[in-house]
Design a binder for this molecule. Structure first.
Ligand code: SAM
Length: 227
């Protein structure tokens, strides 16, 4: 059985009891970055075998883990933060598990997407999640998709591109359409900023360009009635 174990995205108290139990009980933990995960394991006094599986891992390594799983062993996969496979390594292993009749179980926990979206003021009955926007090829097209979406749009952005991305987006939408920027979720400097496109174009951004970001765009007909 493969367990995908979600780990905190900033606040260690967000780890679940089940995550800790699973990481203690499995035969092997596989991590995106073993050095990073060893810090987490040490904090929770988990002493277990660890190996790596990252975006550049070769197919042989994935098949090696599948072989172990097919022998009936239990493996827990963790990424550096949040839910494995959500814009993090692990997808190929999950696919291989299905192809080899190995069960996959998700141990739920933090995911920047759901943490940001749930506390945003925008509708969440339907939403479009775009991961990281392409940096070059396909960037223009993705902005068209974002702007034309009838539902809330959510995407991840890095501190290096957040300013440029917000300006590009703001220039393509109605000046009153709302954008919500979630920064440093679950950490000391967590903040949610909701602002219309026109403020992004004409004013200095009202948050520090440091840390990690999730950007959300409201549907075009959405408004907030401030009291
Ligand atoms: N698997 C992770 C998850 O479950 O959210 C996402 C990994 S992805 C490589 C990293 C991106 O997620 C960051 O660049 C940022 O956009 C977003 N992110 C992760 N942690 C965050 C946090 N604490 N606050 C805001 N955004 C975060």
């Amino acid at each position: 059985m493969l367990f995908l174990v979600a780990t905190p995205i900033g606040n260690l108290s967000d780890v679940s009891f089940r995550a800790i139990e699973t990481l203690k009980e499995v035969d092997l933990i596989i991590a995106e970055d073993t050095r990073h995960t060893k810090i987490l394991l040490k904090h929770f006094e988990i002493d277990n075998k660890i190996d790596s599986l990252h975006s550049f891992s070769k197919e042989e390594k994935i098949l090696h883990f599948v072989k172990i799983l097919k022998e009936g062993k239990k493996i827990a996969m963790v990424s550096d933060a949040g839910t494995p496979t959500i814009l993090d390594p692990g997808y190929n292993l999950v696919k291989r598990c299905y192809e080899n009749n190995v069960s996959v179980c998700s141990i739920p926990g933090a995911c920047a997407l759901t943490v940001a979206l749930s506390a945003s003021p925008f509708p969440k009955d339907k939403f479009l999640f775009l991961g990281f926007l392409p940096v070059k090829k396909g960037r223009q097209t993705i902005f068209e998709t974002i702007v034309n979406s009838k539902n809330t749009v959510v995407f991840y952005e890095s501190k290096h591109r957040i300013e440029r991305t917000l300006k590009t987006l703001a220039e393509k939408i109605d000046e009153n359409r709302l954008i919500c920027v979630a920064r440093e979720l679950t950490k000391i400097h967590e903040e949610f900023t909701v602002l219309p496109a026109k403020d992004i174009i004409t004013k200095k951004l009202p948050f520090t360009i440091k840390g990690e970001f999730v950007v959300m765009l409201a549907p075009s007909n959405f408004e907030l009635k401030y009291e």
